[in-house]
Structures are given as C-alpha cells and as structure tokens.
Design a protein around this ligand. Structure first.
Ligand code: FAD
Length: 474
C-alpha cells in the first residue's frame, strides 16, 4: 500500500473529510500530519484563545485517530520543507489537504502545491469548509458580490446538497517513524491558565461539535429566528468555533436541520441557514478583497477622523469597565468564555467605533486574540460592517444606542446581572443606565464606574460630526 500525507489544518475532523477520503479512495495509507507554522500566517497569526482551542481540538483529533488505529503526527514548520522531507522519508505518492481561504495562507498553499507537483507528487486540495467556494458565485457582470442579499439569492438558486459522509470506522497506520513531536512542545496554551474557565462552556473536537449541533437541534432551533437576538437566553447554536476549526462541516449542519423541517420549524431553519450564508459571504469577500483585513473596505473612510488611540479608554473597553453595562457585560463574557453573543458583539463594536471613535482595527485585534471562534473572514466582515466602513455595511450614521439595545434584547437585565454582578441589585431600567441615578447607583454598586467613558449623546454627536466632515470633504 502506497503512503499519502493527509495534512490537517482547520479541518480537525474525520467525518466529511475529503482529504482523508481521497487517500482512502486511492487505496493509499493515510499518514495524518499537523504542521505548526504560525509565522506563515502573516500579520494574523492565531491569537491566544484560538491557540488554546486548537490544543484541545488536536488532542481530540489524535484520540479519534488512535481509536481507529491511526494517530496524528505533529511537526513544526516551515511547512513546505517538512512536507517534502516527510514525503521523501515515507516514499509518499500524494499529499492531500482541505483548503483555507485567508489571503496569506492561500498564497502559501498555492506555492506549496506547485512545489510538490514539481517534485512529482500528487498534490490535491479540497473544499472542506464552505457550502460554496469563495469564487464559485459571481454577479451577472462576473464580478464579486459586495452586498449580502443578492449574494444569498444566487446561493439559494445555485443550491446543491453535499451528502454527509461518516468517519471511517478503522484506519491503517505506519509502523514506526517519523513520530513527530509532542503536542505540548508547541506551547499553545496561554500563560497563567487564563483559558481555564472557558472549558465549562465548550468541548473542542468533533464529538463536541456534534453534541453542540444536537443540543441546538433539540433546543434553541425552535424559535431561533427571534431567539438569536437574545443574549440573556441560549438562543443560538454556539457552533462558531467548531465551524472555524472544521470540527464539523457546514453541510452536515444543514442536513441535520433539514431533517427537522416541518411547517413550524421552516422559518427558524431558513433564518439559521441564512446566518451560515453570512459566513459564506465573509469568505467570498475575504477572497476577493484580501486587503480588507487591515484597510477600509470602503476607501471613502480612509480620511475619517478617528480619535487618537486612547490607551486608557481602550483598556477600559477591553476589561469591561466602560461604565456602559451591556458593553461591559459583553466584554466580560468574552474574557471569561472566549465568546460573545452576536447582538452584543455589534453593541460593543459600535460603542468602540462610534461613541469612542477608536479605529475598528483596535477592536478587531482584541477579538482576534480573545475569541475562540476568531475567524479572519467573519471578524473582518463583522468589524467593518459595524464601523460602517465595510461591504453592505450599516450606514455610518446609524449609531447603536446601547441602552435602547439592552432594554430591547436584555429586557429583564439578566445578561447584565450575570456578567456585571455588581449591578445585579439595581432595578432594571437603572441596571442598563446606572448613571441616570448617580446617588442610587453609587450606593448599590460602589465599585462600578460612575459615568460612561464616552457619554452616549456627546459621543454620538461627535461621531456624526466626524462623518459629516468626511462627506463634505469628498
Ligand atoms: P448562530 O446564530 O448559531 O449562527 C450559526 C453560524 O452562522 C455561526 O456559528 C457562524 O458560523 C455563522 N454566523 C452567524 N452570524 C454570522 C455573522 N454575522 N457573520 C458571519 N458568520 C455568522 N463570527 C465568527 O465565527 N468569528 C469571528 O471572528 C467573528 N467576529 C465577529 C465580529 C463582530 C464585530 C461581529 C459583529 C460579528 C462577528 N462574528 C464572528 C459573527 C457572529 O457574531 C458569530 O458567528 C456568532 O455570534 C457565533 O455564535 P453562534 O455559533 O451561536 O451563531
């Protein structure tokens, strides 16, 4: 039996695994490898929370492989020479992997594929992450989409189901070398155990992903359309880190939901699949507009008068000490769990970019380091959308009022009480805006900031004035 390298990346699963399937279909012995090379990710090497997740996901993948007779062999980059040396040592015929779409990685992988082929190896990559490849859908003028609705309309018209394929029951493995290095030597875990509380909320790995899907299908799916906006409830799937690390294929999720389609679940399923559509759209944009990770998608904003980076204010935002309860709740949820509810992501991002007028990149970087689902495509889209600088963005002049948002989406103040417990004793209207009764708030929540670091009315006015100035200068 000839050997083939199956190069695992952000596809840490055995079901719906086209690279592994390719080796098995060609009757080759799959040698499963993971190569650690963060320096090849350009300016967006994985952050601390991502690394912590990856450690556990790699452990889970190795255990799943071992349960089938194989194992994961870990190496340290640079990637190309490692693949070449492994292929030579093992006399491998082929190298298979599933695609990643971050611009720096796309460039690297194209070069790797070329070099391996020049060496006479069969090098082949597959789609393992998306319902549609980023280049698959195009406008009537054959260009990329910049607006979600027509993108999604085309996607739905072009819909093809990918049938799920189960993990192989058993796998052959090499006898002996090369064994690779122990996972622990990659030092993926953050210092001082910052991530320890995360794992009450998450189970990285394929089994954890499947379980999250089942919990969602049995629970929050019914009512998702409205429930998805409520941070005070479990109203969403929490599948985002599992999707980012490829622990589950999106088409397996779609198939599980479609199996639940009845008159009463149809609207919820459609709403959920549409959210997966935003993930697809994010990848489409990142592929076609690779500079958007750092530059304004809309160059009109290049002259926008962001306030000077304010270290003290940024630190208050990051640590959940802005004095705006829903904003602080979101940032503390992020710090303690590695995740934040989507509605609250929008609120905290809006407060940073509009009221505090700090550059969206400051927020994007913080999310990048602290989110377990940090994903270059979705994070870039999310931040530029809220900042008003992005594709299909909320118009800049639409400034989220955090108190109105909190009143609407956390009506009983439960979300705020959970993450900002020092406010739990305040009655609800006050819990969302403690500065409106300074004496009462000081008495009941003495440790909490007395006033927002950026006043809601003044911050909004200043943001709109900066926007007007930009428009007038155009
Ligand atoms: P569900 O509501 O259950 O949605 C199901 C899946 O659809 C998600 O797992 C996700 O893969 C996808 N999805 C849902 N909403 C969006 C969206 N707006 N954009 C893209 N995909 C979406 N998502 C990330 O996965 N990684 C990020 O780094 C990220 N950064 C963000 C930054 C900002 C400022 C904002 C506003 C949003 C960001 N999002 C990001 C999108 C969204 O907040 C998360 O995908 C969602 O909260 C994940 O929770 P869930 O799995 O329970 O979502």
């Amino acid at each position: 039996m000839a050997n083939a390298l199956v190069w695992f990346r952000n596809d840490l699963r055995l079901a719906d695994q086209p690279a592994l399937q390719a080796a098995l279909s060609a009757r080759q012995l799959p040698v499963c490898v993971y190569i650690h090379a963060p320096e090849e990710e350009g300016g967006w090497a994985p952050g601390a929370a991502s690394n912590a997740w990856r450690q556990r996901s790699l452990e889970a993948l190795d255990a799943d492989l071992r349960a089938r007779g194989s194992r994961l062999r870990i190496f340290r980059g640079p990637t190309l020479p490692v693949l070449q040396a492994l292929a030579a040592t093992l006399d491998a015929e082929a190298v298979y992997w599933t695609r990643r779409y971050e611009p720096e990685i796309e460039r690297r992988d194209t070069a790797i594929k070329r070099a391996l082929r020049e060496q006479g190896l069969h090098a082949e990559s597959f789609n393992g992450a998306l319902l549609f490849e980023p280049w698959q859908l195009s406008t009537k003028q054959d260009g990329p989409y910049r607006v979600f609705t027509p993108f999604w309309r085309t996607a739905l018209a072009d819909w093809r189901t990918h049938p799920p394929s189960d993990a192989p029951a058993a796998l052959p493995d090499l006898e002996g070398d090369p064994h690779g290095i122990p996972l622990g030597t990659l030092k993926l875990l953050p210092a001082r155990g910052w991530d320890a509380p995360f794992w009450q909320h998450w189970t990285p790995g394929e089994a954890g992903a499947q379980e999250a899907l089942e919990v969602f299908v049995d629970g929050a799916l019914r009512g998702y359309r409205d429930g998805r906006d409520r941070p005070d409830r479990v109203g969403t799937s929490r599948l985002s880190p599992h999707l980012h690390f490829g622990e589950i294929a999106p088409w397996r999720i779609v198939a599980a939901l479609e199996a639940e389609r009845r008159a009463e679940t149809g609207a919820d399923i459609d709403a959920f699949v549409r959210e997966l559509g935003w993930r697809e759209f994010a990848h489409h944009l990142l592929h076609h507009f690779p500079a958007s990770t750092d530059a304004n998608f809309n160059p009109r904003f290049d002259g926008f008068a962001w306030a000077k980076a304010d270290r003290r204010a940024l630190e208050a935002w990051r640590t959940g000490r802005t004095g705006v309860p829903i904003v602080d709740a979101g940032l503390r949820e992020l710090w303690h769990t590695g995740w934040m509810h989507n509605r609250v992501r929008m609120i905290v991002a809006s407060y940073l970019c509009k009221h505090m007028r700090q550059h969206w990149r400051e927020g994007a970087r913080w999310f990048w380091d602290t989110l377990v689902d940090a994903d270059l495509a979705s994070n870039t889209l999310g931040w530029q959308w809220v900042a008003g600088t992005g594709a299909d963005a909320a118009p800049y002049f639409r400034v989220f009022n955090p108190v109105t948002q909190a009143t609407r989406f956390d009506p009983d103040g439960r979300y705020v009480a959970r993450w900002v417990p020092e406010l739990a004793d305040l009655p609800v209207p006050l819990r969302h805006a403690p500065w409106t009764d300074p004496a009462g708030a000081r008495r009941r929540a003495p440790g909490y900031p007395a006033r927002p670091i950026a006043d809601l009315a003044a911050g909004r006015d200043a943001a709109l004035a900066a926007y007007r100035a930009l428009r007038e200068s155009a």
